[in-house]
Design a protein around this ligand. Structure first.
Ligand SMILES: [Zn+2]
Length: 179
């Protein structure tokens, strides 16, 4: 059993995305369904029953297929798709399924999946696709730190903006007194 440490830094994840030549949307984020096509990944939704109730989405490496819980919100689906694309791009050496849950990260069909590092990387990847760092900082300044306006710009919930902001502040990408 091998538990790996995190493999990718933020700049390496950004580089992976830049090198993917993915299609951007009008907001400057990325068109996730176009990326699925580019990467030849199928998309489907599943009805959550029993043990799958808390699973938002999963990615089958073997089938190159993303399965998304049909009962989560559209916004949650979007982030879950970004997360699974992250697994596909960053963790292509995995086998079987990886998944994404509401509260805890669990892994199906494998014991030795280096889950925490990979889940963090997939989350960073997803946020980078949907609210790229450079664009987020640009809008943060343009809208004078107004969370509501930034949320409207990206068509996302305000808590997502706050999460993004705290992540970037923790990394000193944005300082608390930035204008
Ligand atoms: Zn995951």
């Amino acid at each position: 059993m091998k538990i790996e440490k995190r493999q990718y830094s933020l700049s390496e994840i950004q580089e992976k995305i830049a090198n993917g030549n993915f299609v951007k949307n009008i907001h400057g984020g990325y068109l996730l369904f176009e990326i699925l096509k580019q990467l030849n990944i199928a998309y489907d939704e599943f009805k959550p029953v029993d043990t799958l109730k808390n699973v938002k989405a999963m990615f089958s490496h073997n089938e190159r297929k993303i399965l998304v819980n049909k009962e989560i919100t559209d916004e949650e689906k979007y982030f879950a798709i970004g997360h699974e694309i992250g697994h596909a791009v960053l963790h292509g050496d995995q086998k079987g399924f990886v998944d994404y849950t509401r509260d805890v990260q669990i892994e199906m069909l494998r014991d030795d999946y280096p889950k925490i590092a990979h889940e963090t990387e997939a989350n960073i990847f997803s946020y980078e696709l949907i609210m790229p760092t450079y664009l987020f900082i640009e809008k943060y300044k343009e809208f004078d730190r107004d969370i509501k306006k930034i949320a409207e710009y990206f068509s996302l919930e305000e808590y997502r903006i706050l999460k993004r902001l705290s992540y970037l502040m923790d990394r000193n990408s944005i300082s608390s007194n930035e204008q």
